[in-house]
Design a protein around this ligand. Sequence first.
Ligand SMILES: C[S@@+](CC[C@H](N)C(=O)[O-])C[C@H]1O[C@@H](n2cnc3c(N)ncnc32)[C@H](O)[C@@H]1O
Length: 242
Amino acid sequence: MRVGLDLEGFGGQMDLAFTGLLHTLRTGGPAWETVFGTPFWEYLAARPAMAASFDATMAAGTDYVIDAAAGYDWSGARHVVDVGGGTGALLAAVLETDPALRGTLVDLPDTVRRGREHLAARGLGDRCAFAGQSFFDPLPEGGDVYVLSSVLHDWADRDAARILGRCAEAAGAGGRVLILQQHGTEGGDRAEMDLRMLVLCGGRERGLDDYRALAAGAGLTVAAVRTTPLGQVAIDCAPVAG
Ligand SMILES: C[S@@+](CC[C@H](N)C(=O)[O-])C[C@H]1O[C@@H](n2cnc3c(N)ncnc32)[C@H](O)[C@@H]1O
């Protein structure tokens, strides 16, 4: 938990954004940019040390990563593409479930650079490709599962739909898109995160019907929904037939 409690790192910065809560309540817009003067992702892009602290905070939930890797049946997959995969904590855990699996880590260039080091240190570098790019641009093709773990909740509907659309496009007729939601899709647990996403970056938590609608807009259908032992929801999306 240390990284999240570091007041000089992303943990402290994130909570300072709540001093602008009234702005969010009055306007529905993110407080972050009124408190810090720049939208969330631009702010991180301009501050490498804070971006590294953000990446470390995202990678800190090891239990959740192991839970997600173990709580899904990867046996049908040969190539997993983790989109917005941070520094590769989840991808590493997934690759470790099966020595025949290959992976691609997609994230912003600096984060992917840190991810490359992380995967190499775990002895997985030669089974992984790296794409330092925006997920709003066309994604690497050839994967059979495109994972979006805690990514869509950072974005309002229009942008979330664009990201999902890029995954569907790259997955093609034979691929799947797996949405992993750490905070479930209903109930009290997600309420705090719902507000947090709105305050930080204008995102939101979503229920299953919201995901079904987003998926349909990207030419996908929700084929299966599973809840992992720690309560993450795995929403397995397949292309709409025909
Ligand atoms: C909330 S984190 C989730 C990270 C990881 N998937 C996890 O489950 O911990 C969102 C990720 O999206 C990445 N991201 C934000 N904007 C992006 C963009 N335009 N293109 C690619 N990645 C982006 C961030 O760098 C970050 O790693």
